[in-house]
Design a protein around this ligand. Structure first.
Ligand SMILES: [Zn+2]
Length: 186
């Protein structure tokens, strides 16, 4: 069965019905689209997959800048907007697995990212239909927004890894890039 074009994060089915195939990911027993394309729900072989294409200019090792689209238990979806050092803008969905967020153990990705944050990440793996990022080490959030009032968060020197809202004073945590708040997206 072919569904209409799936968008990132679209629900496709459960892991009781299907094995998550190319261009999908599973979280909490449910399967979602990880890429844009035609959703193929193969009931005979019990595979759900997305028939989509990844732009050919992306390569493992490239550094990208992107916005956080959504945050699930196992994965942060990031829309890559720019490849560092490459002219022009892109609009490509990428995924950051919880195990690739930082070298230390991360229990909840939503403690480390907020929707709409600008992230600098490295492409570590390109699978059919899925680009995997890492934010280990120097990578991470370069610009974050208050989860209460959406104003930019600033990083006072004395707060360590904590950020503070420039408007309401709310304090939040992120997986910070080394150069948080000080990054030119070029
Ligand atoms: Zn605020």
């Amino acid at each position: 069965m072919e569904k209409e074009t799936a968008l990132i994060g679209d629900y496709l089915g459960t892991i009781e019905e299907f094995v998550p195939g190319e261009g999908t990911y599973s979280d909490d027993g449910k399967i979602y689209a990880a890429n844009i394309g035609k959703a193929i729900l193969d009931k005979e072989n019990h595979i759900a997959r997305i028939d989509g294409k990844i732009p050919s200019k992306l390569e493992v090792g490239q550094v990208i800048f992107g916005d956080v689209l959504n945050i699930r238990k196992n994965m942060v979806m990031i829309i890559a907007r720019k490849i560092q050092g490459v002219k022009g803008e892109i609009d490509v969905r990428t995924g950051l697995y919880v195990s690739n967020i930082s070298k230390g153990y991360v229990e909840r990705p939503d403690d480390m990212f907020g929707i709409g944050d600008l992230v600098k990440g490295k492409i570590i793996r390109i699978e059919p239909g899925m680009i995997n990022l890492s934010t280990e080490g120097e990578f991470g959030v370069v610009k974050a927004f208050c989860k209460r009032c959406r104003h930019p968060l600033i990083k006072p020197k004395k707060f360590g890894n904590r950020l503070v809202c420039s408007s309401c004073g709310h304090r939040e945590r992120r997986k910070l890039a080394k150069d948080y708040g000080n990054v030119a997206v070029i």
